[in-house]
Design a protein around this ligand. Structure first.
Ligand SMILES: Nc1nc2c(ncn2[C@@H]2O[C@H](COP(=O)(O)OP(=O)(O)OP(=O)(O)O)[C@@H](O)[C@H]2O)c(=O)[nH]1
Ligand SMILES: [Zn+2]
Length: 211
């Protein structure tokens, strides 16, 4: 098992990153937002909405409760010299933009080249979730996923590509539906070896962010 954090760091990771405000205060804040929208928070259809929104936030932002590095702590020695690319394509991305707190919906593709040890594939998807379920910008999300896998698993290289639609651009503001943003982070051999990088990038499905 890789060493990923000291005992104290591990204990800290189980706590939320920040002290949370009281639930009642947050529900009161949602009431205010309903009034700001122009509606009556006491009408029947809205009376339970503050509680629902607070609960939804617990789901949307559950990533703050998880230490992504810890998720990769259990690795398996690969004894048959498997040394080629391992690719997880088409992981659905559901995140929220840190500027407007509206959804970012897309796809995440992750590849790594192992150096003796491999990780359970679901753990890669869990790392994606742990960072996606936070307030994000796409560039940061992309880098965090790649850099965590690189620093904990220490493979020969990691490649992360994200293609996503930002609701802050499609449903408000500039209102450009159909636009997707593509970001990528390459480490190790994926950064240095043009052919390898090309092999990975050309294996990715194109234009799939909205499905
Ligand atoms: N680079 C980057 N920008 C993002 C991301 N998500 C949203 N944005 C942009 O963040 C910017 C915030 O700009 P501001 O001028 O501060 O906010 P705003 O007045 O609401 O901007 P508009 O969306 O243009 O109306 C906007 O251009 C968004 O499109 C992201 O993941 N990465
Ligand atoms: Zn936004």
């Amino acid at each position: 098992m890789n060493k990923v954090a000291s005992g104290q760091e591990r204990l800290d990771a189980k706590k939320p990153i920040r002290q949370r405000p009281a639930r009642a205060d947050v529900e009161a804040a949602v009431r205010l937002l309903i009034e700001w929208a122009g509606d009556d928070p006491d009408r029947e259809g809205l009376i339970d909405t503050p509680a629902r929104v607070v609960q939804a936030y617990e789901e949307f932002f559950d990533g703050y409760n998880t230490d992504p590095a810890e998720l990769l702590a259990r690795t398996f020695e690969e004894t048959n010299d498997y040394d080629d690319m391992i690719v997880l394509r088409n992981m659905r991305l559901e995140s929220h933009c840190e500027h407007h707190v509206v959804p970012i919906i897309g796809k995440v593709h992750v590849a790594y080249l192992p150096a003796g040890r491999v990780v359970g594939i679901s753990k890669i998807a869990r790392v994606v979730e742990a960072y996606a379920k936070r307030l994000q910008i796409q560039e940061t999300l992309t880098s965090q996923i790649a850099d965590t896998i690189q620093s904990v698993l220490r493979p020969r290289g990691v490649a992360v590509v994200i293609e996503a639609a930002h609701m802050c651009m499609t449903t408000r503001g500039v209102r450009k539906p159909g636009v997707s943003m593509v970001t990528r982070r390459l480490t190790g051999v994926f950064r240095d070896d043009v052919n390898l990088r090309q092999e990975f990038l050309s294996s990715l499905p194109q234009g799939t962010a909205f499905t």
